[in-house]
Design a protein around this ligand. Structure first.
Ligand SMILES: [Zn+2]
Length: 308
């Protein structure tokens, strides 16, 4: 009796390990460093993946609070998706070292660096981290350009198919569906923002550069003097005079940035502070990339419309 039970357990285990198409298929454990990448992984992986993000939607992706639970998550990962371009350099390497997981080592099929293939903006001519600039390799906040996202989802589909060939057709179908939706949405977003071509805005960090580039908006200043460096009174005085000179009134802040600083500047410039998360679920009904971009585009169009 016991041996029969053991045998049937062994059969189930064997079927599970064969994967694909059986009810015993184990889902791939996909870990993304940030919630925006996690949302893309869910869209492409569908029912074949379980996706976890390490950073919270309200957390600065440069400075994530590393926890022991992150090591466990990384240790169990089949696939890791990182932004790359040094976005996670301050917190991910020690977690990976402790996780000891060859499946997600650099160069393995289970490791995806989203920045690969993306034409980075603001690449400095010389590498210099001495001033605390956290964008030493170029600007790593490239997901707000939908054309970059097209490259990234293709890369995700490729890697998922390598790690789990049995579900390759599913990933391919999800990729095609995502691409078609993105094309339609991009036209819609461009139409919504077209009346505000050249509209000027200020951001806390250099995190809306790709959005501005794609939709013909202009970031005239940032409250931080350099990416990752806290605003100083002298720099803020300069921001205020630039805003006045350019008639810029809209200031974008993410949940983890200092809204009070933005409000102080807004008071002196008759400005408007807009809460503008870049990560799904930091604002209501922004679970997917499309929902998030809908929210961002709609909020910006409304603000520019009222502040023309
Ligand atoms: Zn940054």
């Amino acid at each position: 009796m016991t041996s029969m039970i053991l045998r049937s357990c062994a059969t189930i285990t064997l079927m599970a390990s064969l994967g694909a198409g059986t009810p015993f298929t184990r889902k791939l454990n996909v870990v993304a460093t940030t919630p925006d990448l996690a949302a893309l992984a869910r869209a492409i992986g569908g029912g074949a993946v379980d996706v976890k993000a390490l950073a919270k939607p309200t957390e600065d992706p440069h400075f994530v609070d590393a926890k022991p639970s992150h090591i466990v998550t990384l240790n169990r990962a089949d696939v890791l998706i990182e932004g790359g371009a040094e976005l996670e350099i301050g917190w991910l390497p020690p977690l990976l070292e402790s996780a000891r997981n060859d499946k997600i080592a650099a160069g393995a099929p289970g490791r995806i660096s989203a920045s690969q293939g993306v034409a980075l903006l603001e690449v400095p001519s010389t590498l210099d981290r001495s001033m605390g600039d956290v964008h030493a390799l170029g600007n790593p906040h490239f997901l707000l350009d939908p054309l970059n996202v097209k490259l990234i989802v293709r890369q995700i589909a490729d890697h998922l198919a390598q790690v789990d060939p049995a579900d390759a057709e599913l990933f391919k179908a999800n990729l095609q569906k995502f691409d078609a939706t993105l094309d339609a949405k991009l036209t819609d977003w461009q139409e919504q923002l077209a009346p505000y071509r050249g509209a000027r805005m200020v951001t806390y960090h250099k995190d809306f550069v790709y959005l501005a580039e794609r939709f013909n908006l202009e970031v005239v200043e940032t409250l931080e003097p350099k990416p990752g460096i806290a605003p100083s009174p002298a720099h803020l005085a300069k921001v205020i005079s630039t805003m006045q000179a350019h008639h810029a009134r809209v200031i974008l802040v993410q949940p983890f940035q200092n809204r009070k600083t933005a409000e102080t500047v807004a008071r002196q410039t008759n400005g408007l502070v807009l809460d503008m998360p870049q990560h799904p679920d930091a604002a209501p009904n922004t679970e997917t990339y499309f929902d998030l971009m809908d929210y961002i585009v709609r909020t910006l169009a409304t603000a520019f419309g009222e502040n023309k």
